[in-house]
Design a protein around this ligand. Sequence first.
Ligand code: KG4
Ligand code: ZN
Length: 335
Amino acid sequence: MTRILAIETSCDETAAAVVEDGRRVLSSAVASQIEIHARYGGVFPEVASRQHILAIAPVAQQALRDAHLSLNDVDAIAVTRGPGLPGSLAVGVNYAKGLALASQKPILGINHLEGHIYAAWLYHDHPTPEPQFPLLALLVSGGHTELILMEDHLQYRRLGGTRDDAAGEAFDKVARLLKLGYPGGPAIQKAAQRGDPESVPFPRPWLKGTWEFSFSGLKTAVLRLVRRLEEMNKPIPQAHLAAAFQAAVVDVLVGKTLKAAKAFGVKSIVVAGGVSANQLLRERITSESPVPVHIPPLEFCTDNAAMIAAAAFRRFQAEQTDDWGFDLMPNWRLG
Ligand code: KG4
Ligand code: ZN
């Protein structure tokens, strides 16, 4: 049995978790900064790193306490090394190096995106079926929209990604346009419940013949419509626009993912990253896919440290621990 304590501070959540054998979550503590950043309408990097400094030690202590373990009981320390905000990553990496040094345990620097994918292996009490290889991962977060093919553990082939805005970024920007607040994804999802997804025929950017995405045109289409209504002194139908925008994004994400799954003959699909918390996306991809779809429980879709421990377990098994001196990789890509 291998237990890993992981730390995650790549953006605006300070998180720590203990996971057993890369799957069973013994604890997962997350201190969110959302309320603080909501005042600025987005993440303010300096504020984020200061908050991580305040929260990191209590959050790590809480993760150990909730797991009923002490630092001596874990086999390794893992930490997000990138991608992310440099000032935020540095807090977690330095803290994790300190823990590893004090306890003389091995350390692993983990790719945040790899973590999001491995969230699909996590469970609390009852084991869930494991994703089967080859698998296709749709990674949709605030900073990324990627289709990644995995032939086996830790093997990543990036098929394509976004040419402009990430899916989550588009949700956040459109929510701001519609004055729905931050973070945009949950706000749009909520407003969309009262709207008609067919009220406005927003464009579906298919980029046929590629595995790439583009969401900035869709965002501009919403912007133009909002401006035109404002000029005419007409009310903005927030719910209808939210529903129509969400439907367009989900159509493209589901359509392209299923097409790639077929083209590469995968045995399963993993949907991960903050946007995988979206209810419409979850329902549509699950009901339309011919192969099993694995989507992490909601709490492990958005940033958390359990997913970092899950990925670290595979690297630990493959004896890929890191040296003390490793640096941050704020622009680290996967595959
Ligand atoms: O993975 P994540 O927590 O952080 C990054 O690594 O970026 O993803 C955050 C993104 C935000 O853009 C947020 O608006 C989006 O995930 N998100 C959602 C939902 N919940 C979070 N997007 C659509 N629907 C949701 N329910
Ligand atoms: Zn993330």
